[in-house]
Design a protein around this ligand. Structure first.
Ligand SMILES: Nc1ncnc2c1ncn2[C@@H]1O[C@H](COP(=O)(O)OP(=O)(O)OP(=O)(O)O)[C@@H](O)[C@H]1O
Length: 580
């Protein structure tokens, strides 16, 4: 981790808050200055008391001053905590926001390789580690160095021999700390990697709790959890031990320092060079040397942790989406013409999932896509949404290659309803608007009316305020799709891709879905990955995929009357007979 990288990140996030940083620095400096004053008051107190001149008033004044300074120091400590924490939260929240927004922009290949749990650890875990570093690091290091300097100057002023001894002592301690500074960094990196792995594991298993239980896999999952826990313990222990080396070296050196100050003080007091108060002053300052050096060492430890987090954070921020916008060509308005031109695609370089797929879908037409599971239907849909880029060939919308259009325009014009509609915990309204307050209740109700869903909507217990549990708990797959249709209607795209729920639906919901689909497709181009015979009555063209290749493509009417066609057999035997 180079100094430039630290500087870049600190600059990027702290510069907008330079006023607060400066204030924090000044308050810390004042606090440190006051700490330097107190031993001087005590020296005066001791020397006055032992001189026997009996100036009680001076003693009382010194005591009051001591108390006043102590109270002020405490007040400043509270202020430092307040300012430091405010700064830490402001900066780390900005950083969390940046990381999250960046992750949302990254392509799906990236997300397929990074579990959500792992991403949470990046977006929250690493940022938590960095927050102290951001708020305190620079100011603490500088103020502690100044405090050290102050004490050494005072010591030298009091007795130059002692001053020089402790200047040399501080030099040695600093040198040693510099030597062991980065000792623990690799251990911290490993420790945080392990906890990211553990979070990823927990997230995946918790979201798949039904599968895990249904397959009797709880014991295996627990075993893997214990393995990961053990690994984490091992890595954390190593990291803490490594950090402990830095820590104990500091402690050891300071015990030596205190012994040295007492020995020198006693010697000089015995030969009459120093007063008792001055001996105390030297002892107090040497003891106080410990605080800034320990704090510097603590900051350096934080730096060790932070450097691992900074590296990963800048790595994530530096990850470029594989989806490059070549130019920002706009797509002409109206229902879209869809062209797939000799498209081949694979999720990995080695294996293709779609092979030389070529088709044209005229604007306003609806295409029904059929094929066995794994034949590439959803993959084709994802290419139209530009979740991935094709390996060969091209995908065009109204004649514009999706790689030439802006991503946001593609996502606005093309909307997909997946088989597993993602519903979030919240009200129906939240789920339809994605928390966008600009979408009014009237617009939502209008969508329900147009989609002929008003009756269904009126049966909901609390209308738009009906709450859904986490992951849409309480709603069936069919109802989830109805809600998704309303979402699509509100988004008003030019091409709708619909991956039908393959689970069995009750006849009433099935009828409702069929009606709603045809409403949804009005004046739009549509692609329906069909799992129900009823849907096939609604489409203009039919496409059958097999192992990523087109085995049949044509007008439904024509194919339905051609006894040689696959589609004809399918209609006679039923979907299951041919496709499953
Ligand atoms: N994210 C992914 N990463 C790697 N391979 C994938 C991914 N998604 C799908 N595949 C693979 O690509 C192939 C086609 O999958 P796809 O989901 O397109 O099929 P499908 O016809 O939509 O199937 P289904 O009807 O079950 O949804 C399958 O072999 C599948 O294993």
């Amino acid at each position: 981790m180079s100094f430039q990288e630290y500087r870049k990140m600190l600059g990027q996030y702290l510069l907008p808050h330079r006023g607060k940083v400066l204030l924090l620095f000044l308050v810390i400096l004042m606090g440190s200055g006051l700490q330097l004053v107190n031993p001087q008051i005590l020296r005066f107190f001791i020397d006055t008391a032992t001189s026997g001149s009996g100036q009680v008033n001076s003693l009382i004044n010194a005591a009051l001053l001591f108390i006043g300074v102590a109270i002020l120091t405490q007040g400043l400590t509270v202020l430092v905590t307040y300012l430091g924490d405010t700064l830490a939260w402001t900066v780390s929240n900005t950083m969390r926001g940046d990381l999250f927004a960046h992750s949302m922009r990254l392509d799906l290949k990236f997300h397929n390789n990074h579990t959500p749990g792992r991403m949470i650890e990046r977006i929250d875990g690493d940022v938590n580690v960095l927050s102290n570093f951001f708020s305190q690091f620079g100011v603490r290091i500088v103020s502690n160095f100044l405090m050290l300097l102050g004490m050494l100057v005072f010591l030298t002023y009091t007795n130059w021999g002692i001053g020089l001894t402790f200047i040399a002592f501080t030099g040695v301690v600093m040198f040693m700390l510099g030597k062991i500074r980065f000792f623990a960094t690799p251990f911290w990196t490993e420790s945080r990697e392990t906890s990211a792995k553990l979070f990823g594991f927990l997230e995946e298993r918790l979201s798949g709790v039904e599968e895990v239980r249904a397959n009797g896999a709880v014991a295996y999952v627990m075993r893997r959890l214990h393995e990961l826990n053990r690994l984490r313990l091992h890595k954390d222990r190593r990291a803490f031990l490594a950090a402990g080396v830095t820590w104990s070296t500091t402690i050891g050196m300071f015990s030596l320092g205190t012994a040295l100050s007492l020995a020198l003080g006693a010697m000089l007091y015995a030969n009459g060079t120093l007063s008792l108060g001055t001996v105390y002053l030297i002892y107090a300052y040497v003891n106080m040397l410990r605080a800034p050096i320990e704090q510097i060492s603590q900051q350096l430890q934080d730096l060790q942790k932070a450097s691992a987090s900074i590296r990963r954070t800048s790595e994530l921020l530096g990850t470029k989406s594989a989806l490059v916008e070549r130019s920002g060509r706009s797509i002409a308005d109206g229902a879209l013409q869809v062209d797939l031109d000799n498209v081949s695609f694979g999720y990995s370089e080695e294996e293709r999932v779609l092979h030389n797929v070529t088709l044209t879908l005229a604007p306003g037409k609806v295409l029904g896509v059929l094929g066995r599971t794994g034949s590439g239907k959803s993959t084709m849909a994802r290419l139209l949404m530009r979740f991935y880029d094709v390996n060969e060939g091209g995908v065009r919308l109204n004649g514009v290659d999706v790689r030439d259009a802006s991503l946001s325009e593609v996502r606005k014009r093309v909307v997909m309803v997946t088989q597993d509609v993602q519903l979030f915990s919240g009200t129906i309204r939240d789920n339809l608007t994605f928390f966008d307050p600009a979408i009014t209740d009237e617009r939502i109700l209008q969508a329900f009316t147009e989609l002929e869903l008003l009756e269904w909507y009126q049966a909901l217990p609390e209308g738009l305020d009906t709450r859904l549990g986490p992951s849409g708990g309480g709603f069936s797959a069919g109802e989830g799709q109805l809600l998704a249709f309303a979402r699509v209607f509100l988004a008003d795209p030019a091409l709708v891709i619909l991956d039908e729920a393959s689970s069995r639906l009750d006849p009433a919901t099935e009828q409702l879905l069929t009606r709603t689909v045809s409403k949804l497709m009005e004046n739009r181009t549509g692609i329906i990955i069909a799992h129900r015979l009823a849907t096939l009555q609604q489409v203009d063209d039919i496409l059958i995929l097999e192992d990523g290749r087109i085995v049949q493509h044509g007008e439904r009417e024509v194919l339905a009357h051609d006894p040689e066609s696959r589609f004809y057999q399918l209609l006679r035997q039923g979907m299951e007979g041919v496709l499953v």
